[in-house]
Design a protein. Structure first.
Length: 87
């Protein structure tokens, strides 16, 4: 199994109270630095490439926010999915 370089939050903070406490120290810019976000697909494709190069065969694309799910799915078909299939 490939090493991803960090432990998952669920491994370190098994209860909701601990997870909530850990989340209090995370700033939006911390997430932006660690996660490819935004309208462009290049950063996301490069981030996924690290995992495919390590042998992963499946990835999950996640859009947080119920009100934009349909838009996310429709746009994903046109932009990131074709690029990701090429990896």
């Amino acid at each position: 199994m490939a090493e991803i370089g960090y432990t998952l939050m669920s491994e370190r903070t098994p209860t909701r109270q601990l997870t909530d406490g850990a989340a209090e120290t995370v700033r939006p810019e911390d997430i932006a630095e660690a996660t490819p976000c935004g309208a462009g697909v290049d950063a996301a494709v490069e981030a996924v490439r690290e995992y495919t190069d390590a042998g992963f065969t499946h990835v999950a694309l996640v859009q947080i926010g119920h009100e934009h799910q349909r838009e996310f799915f429709d746009r994903s078909k046109k932009e990131p999915l074709p690029a990701l299939r090429g990896l």
